[in-house]
Design a protein around this ligand. Structure first.
Ligand code: TEU
Ligand code: CA
Length: 559
């Protein structure tokens, strides 16, 4: 059957199941909980669900440490529940894309249990084992979750590589048997009828076999560790092989999560002629404000920096490849808290951010709760936090002598639990997420911010997202039009056009809480003929001279 590239016309909604909806009162979101909310997602109008991992796991990294790729974590439900969810979603015209985590497994996976049992194990080379060097780890590589990326294993007297937690040993993609086992598992899921994969840190799977020392970067951490390993020597060979062995045989969507990818690489990964992936998640806008110690130091940044990044990717993939578009996910702070205003202008700034992103060329991703403007959270004690990345970083910094008081602002700004507080469904206890005790404390602002309240207010952020999603179905220019940046040096207002076959759509966003007076050039002003969407007013500005209200955003059709 011909492939329709349906993913270019789609809007994707990411579900982090642990925090989405708990159907049985154990305080943990689950698959029946997803089924219970499919009608809500249908009402929003999304086309695809990206489901974060639901596979059997000891939950050292909340499911990104997989113990059995072909069974469902009991807390989330059964394989029958999964099959029912898939059917119920498909009945509603919603596709399901699963999370493929094959850079590493859990250390409790049968492959690793066998691999670590003996140096002569038939599975030894499914993982990356090295001898000590100078009495210590084989290289100076760092884990993304603090500390060395090598763990010594007493039983066989060697170190194994783990780019993430010690319970997430890296798979050895140099081993063709391992690759074949991965492809076999992928086909098993695709033959069940799923609609594609989001591929976890997929550009880390090819390691430099010469095992070079990382250049000594004093004070650097996470980002340089990723950049060091990203886009390794055989990555395009492996992804093309995956395409030939698996992907090309199904009508699916693939998106590779790629820390440390740049736009040149991004074009290579997504150029259809190269037969690798459909799109990638880059992290350049997620790194805005990073300091030398990575994300934990939130520095001021300028709107022109964001414009430069987004424009580079819009133009860079315009002819060859395809963009993903996102402000947040389960690893990133909440969009309105990070890029907008999560207090006075919360919904207004949320609508502005949504307009800016959904007007661009690519496939937009909405993270659960973003559509109602959920915000970051500030728990008073580190003991309320659950994320291994946060806890390891906090402990490492405390060991270096920093006080809890000094460390909490970084966690408030960039900690991953910001995105993982339970979805706020209504104003009842625990925001209607569970009738039990939630695995992670619900954000205390749930009485003011919840789905029930949003659905009752025609002017809510929810209905604005609903309209943006509908627009993308109606306006071919929003899907295929080329992007053209305006007001390039402007530090307060972001404006761009989308042009296709003589039709032009103008997108204008005030990124500030202040009024902004602006005028647009004659190529634009005077050509405004129709309003597509606005978070401020229904009638058109005269673009020769106009005033934008705080966080005002609109899309116009131009003639
Ligand atoms: O994330 C990889 C990754 O880049 C994250 O470490 C993220 O950039 C960082 O935490 C931001 O501070 C993927 C998954 O999305 C993440 O949840 C997993 O913890 C990680 O891989 C390991 O599987
Ligand atoms: Ca549950």
């Amino acid at each position: 059957m011909g492939k329709t590239q349906w993913w270019k016309q789609s809007v994707v909604y990411q579900i982090y199941p642990r925090s989405f909806y708990d159907s049985n009162g154990d305080g943990i979101g689950d698959i029946p909980g997803v089924i219970a909310k499919l009608d809500y997602l249908k009402q929003l109008g999304i086309d695809v669900i990206w489901l974060s991992p639901v596979y059997d796991s000891p939950n050292d990294d909340n499911g990104y440490d997989i113990r059995d790729y072909q069974s469902i974590l009991s807390e989330f439900g059964t394989m029958e529940d999964f099959d029912r969810m898939l059917d119920e979603a498909h009945e509603r015209g919603i596709r399901i894309v699963m999370d493929l985590v094959v850079n590493h497994t859990s250390d409790e996976h049968a492959w690793f249990v066998e691999s670590r049992s003996s140096k002569n194990s038939p599975k030894r080379d499914y993982y990356i084992w090295k001898k000590e060097k100078d009495g210590g780890p084989p290289t100076n590589w760092e884990s993304a979750f603090s500390g060395s990326a090598w763990k010594y294993d007493e039983k066989t007297g060697e170190y194994f590589l783990h780019m993430f937690s010690e319970k997430q040993p890296d798979l050895n993609w140099e081993n063709p048997d391992l690759r074949e086992d991965v492809y076999r598992m992928m086909r098993w899921w695709l033959d069940k009828g799923i609609d594609g994969f989001r591929m976890d840190v997929i550009n880390l799977i090819s390691k430099d076999q010469t095992m070079p020392e990382r250049r000594p970067d004093p004070g650097k951490s996470l980002v340089s560790a990723f950049e060091f390993h990203a886009n390794g020597p055989r990555i395009h060979e492996f992804l093309h092989e995956m395409h030939e062995q698996v992907l090309k045989h199904y009508d699916i969507m693939t998106v590779g999560e790629m820390p440390g990818v740049d736009v040149e690489q991004g074009r290579k990964y997504t150029d259809e002629a190269r037969q690798e992936l459909n799109m990638v998640f880059h992290f350049e806008h997620m790194s805005l404000g990073d300091g030398p110690d990575g994300k934990w130091e939130d520095r001021p940044w300028k709107l022109t920096e964001l414009k430069e990044i987004m424009t580079k990717w819009q133009e860079g993939l315009d002819e060859h490849g395809w963009n993903s578009l996102y402000w947040n996910n389960h690893d990133q702070p909440r969009a309105v808290s990070r890029f907008g205003d999560d207090s006075v202008h919360r919904e207004k700034s949320g609508k502005m951010l949504a307009t800016l992103l959904h007007g661009m060329k690519g496939t937009p991703f909405i993270y659960q709760g973003e559509e109602i403007g959920m915000t970051n959270v500030q728990f008073s004690s580190i003991n309320e936090y659950k994320d291994i990345e946060t806890i390891n970083w906090f402990n490492e910094k405390r060991f270096q002598g920093f006080s809890e008081k000094e460390l909490m602002p970084s966690i408030y700004g960039r900690g991953r639990d910001n995105a993982r507080t339970p979805v706020q469904w209504n104003s009842s206890e625990h925001a209607g997420f569970t009738t039990g005790s939630p695995w992670l404390t619900v954000n205390p602002n749930y009485e003011d911010i919840n789905v029930e309240k949003a659905l009752a207010d025609r002017n809510s952020l929810f209905y604005y997202y609903q309209k943006l999603i509908q627009l993308r179905k109606e306006e071919e220019t929003l899907v295929h039009g080329s992007y053209g940046l305006l007001l390039e040096e402007d530090e307060e207002v972001y404006a761009y056009t989308r042009t296709r076959e003589g039709e032009t759509i103008l997108v204008v966003c005030n990124f500030t809480a202040e009024k902004q007076e602006r005028s647009l050039p004659g190529t634009i002003a005077g050509k405004e003929i129709g309003l597509l969407i606005s978070n401020e007013k229904e009638d058109l500005h005269d673009l020769k001279q106009f005033t934008l209200q705080p966080y005002e955003a609109f899309m116009y059709r131009l003639n």
